[in-house]
Design a protein around this ligand. Structure first.
Ligand code: NAD
Ligand code: MG
Length: 385
């Protein structure tokens, strides 16, 4: 019997590559798909993969899809997405939604005890403690899709308790590696979107340019593997060939290598614990010649420092960090904020909203809303008249 999958965010960068993995695998079947508003692409995917139920976050898009589609059902809104997950009788949910909108579906899947292939790192940044506690309570596994965390998941699989001293996350450094604050003042959206090694959705590409992506991944790694923050390092590795490393108590360090291609970690998560063929170019170390490493420049790329500080502060701080980042990145992509102001807006939002304790998912929803309001005001105050 193939594994039944629900793919959330199927029209995005990860979603489309996941469908490519599914198309090549006899082990997988898609039973539900979702997107934000791109109803035409979503319907095309549903028809191609024989899916009978979809969800669109946007009600207008859902209404238009409903009119155009006579042999399937269209759900809408956050409640529609939750119904899609809980009623589709799937074995695994791939959460490839971008942003904190991914938290509710993560909770819905884990709450039902459904295995979760997790690309949406924001779920763990916003609600790490509650999400991991929920997964433990229901026994649902979370398999990371993020390439660094997929690498760590594979490296850690063979290690017994107490043998792992350190985790090292690699970072490409993004398109502005080596540049200083003064040179970054006038960079354009187009320059920030030109990632040197990975082709990804807009938000994560900007996060990679600011190094916020690595900050979010630090928090993601802490929650996935239960590793204290002072045992997680970040190293810049511009070729993106080593996806992460673990340091062991006997002095050995293990690394996971491969060309940057998200179909590899997507396939790993969707088939776990099995492995299947993925048509990628075998690694040619001689052609690569050299792999290089450098320390991240946290003075220029303040977002990594801000993420680390929020992580250590704990409570609602990482939820606030994430929401402010989403608002600031959205404003930058819309031409309403300059590149170097992204970190400024996040830092000021965190200063205005001190971390509080997280009692429930409701605490997180209000911290998220409050941070969005504050960051929005800070963006407006800076926007050119
Ligand atoms: P993307 O922008 O290309 O796609 C996002 C998908 O989510 C789309 O299908 C969109 O319709 C849907 N979506 C957006 N907002 C929504 C909402 N409010 N409600 C419901 N659906 C919504 O993003 P992506 O690059 O594929 O990234 C998806 C997630 O995977 C992010 O959390 C990202 O950090 C993570 N990730 C991506 C990559 C990559 O290579 N793209 C690598 C590692 C991790
Ligand atoms: Mg990553």
């Amino acid at each position: 019997m193939p594994r039944r999958l629900a793919i959330l965010g199927s029209t995005g960068s990860i979603g489309v590559q996941a469908l490519d993995v599914v198309a090549r695998s006899d082990e997988l079947e898609v039973v539900a798909l979702s997107a934000s508003s791109g109803w035409e692409s979503l319907l095309e995917q549903a028809r191609r993969y024989g899916v009978k139920r979809i969800a669109l976050a946007d009600p207008d898009a859902a209404a238009r899809a409903g009119e155009a589609w006579t042999d399937g059902e269209v759900l809408t809104g956050p409640e529609g997405l939750v119904r899609l997950i809980t009623e589709c009788e799937c074995d695994m949910v791939l959460n490839a939604i971008v942003g904190s909108a991914g938290l509710v579906p993560t909770v819905a899947a884990l709450g039902e005890g459904i295995e979760l292939a997790l690309a949406n790192k924001e779920s763990l940044v916003v609600g790490g403690e509650l999400v991991t506690a929920l997964a433990q309570a229901t026994g649902a596994a979370m398999i990371p899709v993020d390439s660094e965390h997929s690498a760590l998941h594979q490296l850690l699989a063979a290690e017994g308790p107490g043998t792992v001293d350190r985790l090292t996350l690699t970072a490409s450094g993004g398109p502005f590696r080596g540049m200083r604050a003064r040179e970054l003042e006038d960079v354009t959206v187009e320059q920030a979107l030109a990632h040197p090694t990975w082709a990804m959705g807009g938000k994560i590409t900007i996060d990679s340019a600011t190094l916020m992506n690595k900050g979010l991944e630090l928090i993601e790694a802490h929650h996935l593997f239960g590793t204290p923050y002072d045992q997680i390092d970040v190293v810049v590795h511009p070729q993106s060939i080593i996806h992460s490393l673990i340091g062991l108590c006997d002095g050995a360090t293990l690394a996971h290598l491969g060309y940057p291609d998200m179909r590899v970690p997507i396939s790993y998560a969707l088939h776990y614990p099995e492995r299947v063929d993925v048509p990628v170019t075998p690694l040619d170390l001689v052609a690569l010649g050299a792999l290089t490493f450098e320390a991240p420049d946290e003075e220029t790329f303040a977002c990594l420092r801000l993420a680390r500080e929020a992580a250590i502060a704990g409570g609602t701080a990482t939820c606030t960090l994430n929401a402010a980042n989403e608002v600031a990145v959205h404003a930058f992509l819309g031409g309403r904020l300059r590149f170097m102001e992204i970190a400024v807006v996040i830092e000021e939002t965190l200063e205005r909203l001190p971390a509080g304790r997280v009692h429930s998912f409701d605490t997180l929803a209000s911290a998220d809303a409050q941070a969005r309001r504050t960051a929005g005001e800070l963006v407006s105050a800076r926007a050119p008249a």
